[in-house]
Design a protein around this ligand. Structure first.
Ligand SMILES: O=C(O)CCC(=O)C(=O)O
Ligand SMILES: [Fe+2]
Length: 379
């Protein structure tokens, strides 16, 4: 086999091993794996000469030294296996392998295996990602090929690192969260709705009965027959695995350690009931659509949501029905040098409007009683 000289040198040196040493009934193998030849050097001078002829000078020298060493040992009645474990023999082997020859074949095998794997995955994806297969997969997860933009959702933990950078216009020159009341939908649209500027509206719960009706027990009774298996549920730092689990919490748990959870409602029946107690906030622009999905956050004092950014695609409003909640708003990291971190405390009756896809936000319940909020997104 024609090998380039440097490769041949490396390989041959590397392959001199006392792999199975049998001398005087035992063989010392000079294994030239690059050429797939295993020559037993004790099996005769011609074989030895033949083998040595094809070895490079350094390999020959190493093999000669090894052979002499083994011959001496044989005379002294020492088994080759014992010789092979001597530091000198180990050094010899290390000298051989340190020239990189031994490392190359496994590396090559790994590369070839990797390339084959990539080809297989590519081939299988081409085969598997047919419309029929994708459609079956999506319907299995409760979606449809007409409605879904993506086959796989971007996981929460990737959202932060995959969001596009901000141009900082949402926060440049904004140092405080405005508090307004009696704001017309036109002015709200012009100043806040889509500018990314956070605002609190103080008088937007007129005629709402939700603040006096909503409680942990009320919500529990609403969801008694609605397990909501496919809806989003945020346990935050609690142990609850879902809404049913949360509503099953004991009295001791409710009054013991703090808790804070949030969920989106995706049960039409519950949605209709919820909306008996509140209505579309009056300040929303006339042409905007208030999304059907309600979001509820509820928790006990001292807890809240960790600092995060969302990827919901719309601006949100959130109404503070009960309790007080502190919001900390942080500009995206790329804007920190131009913009300020702000905070505002929502009192019962306040509604915050925030672009949660652009502002990093965290919350903390600062009242003595539990906090309950309801909200939605709007276009
Ligand atoms: O109300 C909270 O504690 C967090 C709400 C939130 O993260 C959101 O609305 O995006
Ligand atoms: Fe959020």
């Amino acid at each position: 086999m024609a090998l380039r000289p440097n490769l041949r040198f490396g390989r041959r040196i590397a392959e001199i091993s006392v792999a199975r040493s049998v001398f005087g009934g035992e063989l010392l193998q000079v294994a030239a794996r690059g050429t797939r030849r295993h020559e037993p050097i004790s099996s005769g001078a011609s074989a030895r000469a033949n083998s040595m002829q094809q070895l490079s000078p350094l390999a020959s020298e190493l093999a000669t030294r090894l052979r002499r060493l083994l011959a001496k040992c044989e005379k002294a009645g020492v088994a080759p296996a014992a010789v092979a474990s001597l530091p000198a023999a180990r050094k010899l082997r290390a000298a051989a392998s340190s020239r990189g020859g031994c490392k190359w074949p496994p590396l090559r095998a790994t590369c070839v295996a990797g390339a084959i794997l990539i080809c297989c995955v590519g081939w299988f994806s081409g085969l598997l990602l047919t419309p029929a297969v994708v459609s079956t997969y999506l319907s299995w997860w409760g979606g449809s090929i007409q409605d879904e933009k993506c086959l796989l959702a971007n996981p929460d933990w990737l959202q932060d690192s995959t969001r596009p950078p901000e141009d900082c216009s949402i926060c440049a020159g904004v140092d405080t969260v405005d508090r307004v009341s009696q704001i017309s939908p036109q002015l709200f649209e012009q100043k806040y709705a889509y500018s990314g500027r956070p605002v609190v509206i103080e008088d937007a719960m007129r005629n709402w009965t939700a603040p006096s009706i909503f409680s942990l027990d009320f919500l529990r009774s609403l969801y008694r027959d609605s397990p909501q298996p496919n809806c989003q549920f945020f346990p935050y730092k609690t142990e609850f695995r879902g809404l049913a689990d949360f509503f099953n919490m004991s009295e001791e748990r409710a009054t013991g350690k703090p808790w804070y959870v949030g969920w989106s409602n995706c049960d039409d029946r519950v949605s209709r009931q919820l909306r008996q107690y509140y209505s579309r906030p009056y300040f929303l622009p006339e042409n905007s659509e208030n999304k059907q999905m309600d979001w509820i956050f509820i928790g006990s004092p001292g807890y809240g949501a960790h600092m995060h950014v969302d990827n919901v695609g719309s601006v949100s409003w959130q109404a503070q029905l009960k309790g007080k909640k502190l919001w900390v708003l942080q500009p995206p990291p790329e804007c920190l040098y131009r913009c300020s971190i702000m905070q505002t405390t929502l009192e019962p009756g306040d509604i915050i409007v925030l672009d949660t896809d652009r502002w990093y936000h965290s919350t903390l319940i600062v009242s003595d009683d539990i906090s309950i909020t309801i909200g939605a997104e709007f276009d």
